[in-house]
Design a protein around this ligand. Structure first.
Ligand code: SF4
Length: 211
């Protein structure tokens, strides 16, 4: 099938990841750009227009990722799109998925804080979603990210309304120093379980000394 060449800005590509963000061996492809401004952002280069690592087209990206084709095929692995916020680049991802080998798995590390149209565009290609929910409490979320979380919860409900999707969704529930408590995390978890989330990754943010 003919596919349009699209380019996008990136902050990095990390090869040979195992059991961190998807099944088998994965390559993390990290886009520049994010709608949030998290206080303890670990990838702050994705927020600075001057910190674009490279701008790459879909076919250039495919050429680079084909280096690990045998690993992906042997382990059932593939590509994890992160960032930044990968869903902002849904057109690029859609075009890339039309030219990649069919066997490669496609995973997303996302905040889900994007317009629904982006999610609709990537859904047919998605194997797993790793969703960084921050905290479900709107006040905590806004204080930490500067944005509202209504779109996040709405998108999550929409995702879970698709048959079998609960098995493809892992929600990351961080303990965020100075922003939420164990009680807040428990509250988020209970609310998300009610929504149909079955898989969680609860963890502590490791803080730099100067934060
Ligand atoms: S969602 Fe991730 S990349 Fe975006 S500001 Fe927050 S921590 Fe940084």
């Amino acid at each position: 099938m003919e596919s349009r060449e699209i380019s996008a800005p990136f902050i990095g590509i990390v090869r040979h990841r195992l059991a961190t963000d998807g099944k088998g061996v994965t390559t993390l492809v990290a886009f520049h750009g994010c709608p949030l401004r998290c206080k303890y952002c670990l990838n702050s280069q994705c927020l600075d227009p001057k910190m674009v690592w490279r701008t790459i087209t879909t076919s250039e990206l495919l050429d680079e990722l084909l280096l690990d084709n045998l690993y992906f095929l042997a382990t059932g692995g593939g590509i994890t799109f992160g960032g930044g916020e990968p869903l902002l680049r849904s057109e690029f991802i859609n075009a890339f998925c039309r030219i990649k080998p069919a066997e490669w798995k496609i995973n997303f590390e996302t905040s889900l804080n994007v317009d629904r149209s982006h999610l609709e565009r990537v859904l047919p290609h998605a194997n797993e979603f790793f969703i960084d929910i921050k905290d479900t409490n709107p006040a905590i979320y806004k204080e930490y990210t500067t944005r509202d979380n209504a779109q996040v919860l709405d998108n999550l409900r929409w995702l879970l309304s698709h048959e079998g999707m609960a098995d493809k969704v892992i929600v990351r529930l961080p303990h965020i120093p100075n922003h939420n408590t164990q009680e807040d995390v428990n509250h988020s978890r209970a609310m998300l379980e009610d929504m149909g989330v079955k898989r969680f990754d609860e963890f502590e943010y490791i803080m730099k000394q100067d934060k």
